[in-house]
Ligand binder design. Structure first.
Ligand code: IVH
Length: 672
């Protein structure tokens, strides 16, 4: 064999053993033998670099982080699913379909509903070319660099007969085992544990550096498809298509089954519910799909979901545990939140030891008392909640909970907010808890985004009085940091470097970081876009503030009050003097990462959040071209209330239509 043939042969062998190991969980060779094959390939490729191609297993993990994520419009939209909560809902699902199609064959593919993230994988001529997240269903983000690191996903399809274009869809998830190991490592590194496997998987795909995903070991099961070349002879059954995907080396869920009618759906449900605790991955229900594909076209879609598929949700898991204490947490703005300290208990796949009790009214309504046995519930992605006490277990004289009259952190007077359930510490920045929260907010991801400055480190810095106000971060030295407990010189150096880099920010992030009550990320962006300079925001009066989209009277008042206070102005001055800066408005570029950059957008109908002129300005800052009429060139129509002919025309031309809410979500979340 010449080197080229040898390389191809090795790649095939490695792909085959990958499948045996990662998909079948049934390795045929030892790790050492696998490594030997791999090293042989590495050596051959090094000697013949011209033979390296992107589908080689040596090329899974790139060594350069991306600069940012790129938005990709899906060739076929990614839908969500309707929900069924009980057997009756499933029977109605079948009845409704039989009404539309009396000859319907009521055989279904039943599959676990994986608790991860939907991903579209595009194969061109058998090679993986792109992987995208679901996003809003019509546009997602390119995460190819991270998806390529998933060992069970073939970079090249095996076998023959695949269509020139094949998009498969499925769920990327993290197994329970990997999740537990990752969280253990996070804690050892003094980093935050992930709440559940789904968040861990999402957090991993959001990384720009593929080396992180490679370490974290995600999994994938295919459950559907997107665009497929027209000339491919699609099998007649859903389950046959999935079987074909399996033949091409794609991982499929071994727990899927074909079931018969409503009764079959019920039987599968009962069995899977029993199996659930022992499955190696988290699920939040079951998906049933009409198996006959010809019927899919006839049944079609509702606005959001296919009529031929439905998700049956599992009930939220409930457990009993002991309420050890009710502690008071003091938030950034002084609000006191009672938190239940629970005897640690596993529920819905995570160990729960705290749950918020929100406020006094909630505690009174539920009548929970320290010492009670309480019911704790957690459904899917939802944060754990204390449902209520188990009264039969209550001991006599269990004390009623009362809010403290003095702040547990600084002893300042606690004031009950007029007309609201909120109790607040009146200590302001004198209160160490409020100060710590404000500092944590200042460095958080959407604010100054200083890597390495975790919550615990901030508490240490505040307790050591090294940082009192945000501008103090910029005065920290390597020595000061290295002197702290659990801090190595190298980490100290990294932190100081990250702080130095964080000095270059944007006006929007700067405003957000100040923590003005009720000024969130979106409002901060709007303020920056509207006023362009900090000086103008500082001196703005009520009337000019309420002209900004998203700013009402209360927020305007908060902003004005904030900039009137001398100590706030001092902090701002201190920050600027430390070298904090943002691009000059003249040279400010459009937001290139925005999903609207370079897009042609039309606005129609009445918008709730402000005028169309505001919306137009905002879109233009995001790099969009806003035009007045719909054509085939239009990328998006944003349709407010009572949209008329433009909406009809857009639908006729297949232009993506966004509701105002969808639009706000696209610009409001995570593009900062
Ligand atoms: S089918 C048009 N099958 O559930 C049908 N979805 O609410 C699209 N999911 O975003 C989905 N396991 O992320 C399907 N076996 C499965 C699934 C599954 C998990 C997720 C998927 C989707 C969401 C739908």
């Amino acid at each position: 064999m010449n080197p080229s043939e040898q390389i191809l042969h090795l790649r095939e062998q490695i792909a085959h053993h990958n499948y045996a190991y990662y998909v079948e969980d049934n390795p045929r060779i030892s790790d050492a033998q696998y490594d030997a094959l791999y090293q042989q390939l590495v050596a051959l490729e090094q000697a013949n670099p011209e033979l390296i191609t992107s589908d080689s297993p040596t090329q899974r993990v790139g060594d350069q982080p991306l600069a940012g994520f790129v938005s990709v419009k899906h060739a076929v939209p990614m839908f969500s699913l309707g929900n069924a909560f009980n057997q009756e809902d499933l029977e109605n699902f079948q009845k409704a379909n039989l009404k539309l199609l009396p000859s319907l064959n009521t055989t279904y593919s039943a599959e676990p509903k994986m608790d991860g993230l939907a991903i579209n994988l595009r194969y061109q001529d058998g090679l993986l070319t792109q992987a995208t997240t679901r996003g809003d269903g019509s546009t997602g983000e390119d995460v190819t660099h991270n998806i390529r690191t998933i060992q069970s996903i073939p970079l090249k399809l095996s076998g023959t007969g695949w269509p020139a274009v094949l998009e498969v869809r499925g769920e990327v998830f993290m197994s329970k085992k990997t999740f537990n190991r990752l969280n253990q490592q996070q804690l050892e590194k003094d980093e935050k544990a992930f709440a559940n496997p789904r968040n861990a998987a999402a957090g991993t795909l959001r990384q720009l550096d593929p080396r992180i995903a490679a370490k974290r070991q995600l999994s994938f099961y295919v459950y559907g498809w997107g665009e497929i070349s027209d000339n491919w002879p699609m099998p007649s059954r859903y389950s046959y298509v999935i079987e074909q995907f399996k033949q091409w080396g794609l991982p499929t869920n071994p727990d899927a089954e074909v079931v018969e009618g409503a009764l079959g759906m019920q039987t599968y449900y009962d069995a899977l519910l029993l199996k659930r605790p022992n499955l190696p991955y988290e699920i939040d229900g079951i998906v049933y799909k009409v198996n006959d594909i010809a019927s899919h076209k006839i049944l079609g879609f509702t606005a959001k979901a296919p009529r031929w598929a439905i998700a049956r949700k599992f009930p939220a898991e409930e457990v009993w545990t002991e309420l050890l204490d009710i502690e008071i947490q003091v938030g950034r703005t002084g609000a006191l939140t009672p938190v239940a300290r629970l005897k640690p208990v596993a529920v819905g796949g995570v160990i729960v030891s705290n749950a918020t009790l929100h406020n006094l009214d909630e505690i009174t309504r539920k009548d929970v008392r320290v010492g009670d046995t309480v019911i704790v519930r957690r459904a899917g992605d939802v944060i754990p909640e204390v449902v209520g006490p188990v009264l039969s277990q209550r001991t006599e004289n269990a004390p009623l909970f009362e809010m403290p009259q003095a702040c547990p952190e600084c002893d300042s007077e606690v004031i009950k907010e007029h007309d609201k359930a909120v109790y607040r510490c009146s200590g302001g920045l004198y209160c160490p808890a409020q100060r710590k929260r404000a500092l944590q907010h200042f460095v958080s991801r959407k604010a100054f985004d200083i890597q390495g400055l975790g919550d615990k480190l901030i508490v240490q810095l505040a307790d050591a009085e090294l940082v009192k106000h945000p501008d103090d971060f910029f005065k920290l030295t390597v020595e000061q940091l290295a002197n702290l407990e659990r801090m190595a010189e190298k980490s100290a150096r990294n932190v100081v470097e990250a702080i130095e880099q964080a000095k270059h920010t944007t006006l929007a992030r700067f405003i957000y970081s100040l923590g003005i009550p009720e000024v969130g990320e979106v409002t901060a962006k709007n303020l920056a876009q509207h006023f362009i300079t900090l000086a103008k925001i500082e001196s703005a009066d009520q009337a000019s503030l309420v002209a900004v989209p998203d700013v009402g009277e209360i927020v305007a008042e908060n902003i004005e009050t904030f900039f009137k206070q001398a100590h706030n102005l001092e902090v701002i001055q201190g920050l600027i003097e430390s070298g904090v800066n943002w691009p000059d408005p003249e040279t400010q570029k459009v937001d290139e990462a925005s999903p609207f950059n370079g897009k042609v957008v039309v606005l129609t109908g009445t918008l709730q959040q402000g005028s169309r002129t505001d919306a137009k300005k905002q879109l233009e800052t995001l790099g969009a071209k806003v035009t007045g009429s719909i054509s085939a060139k239009t990328d998006y129509l944003i349709a407010g209330e009572n949209a008329g002919s433009k909406l009809t025309k857009a639908q006729a031309l297949g232009v993506t239509v966004l509701t105002e809410q969808q639009w706000l979500e696209m610009i409001g979340t995570d593009n900062g």
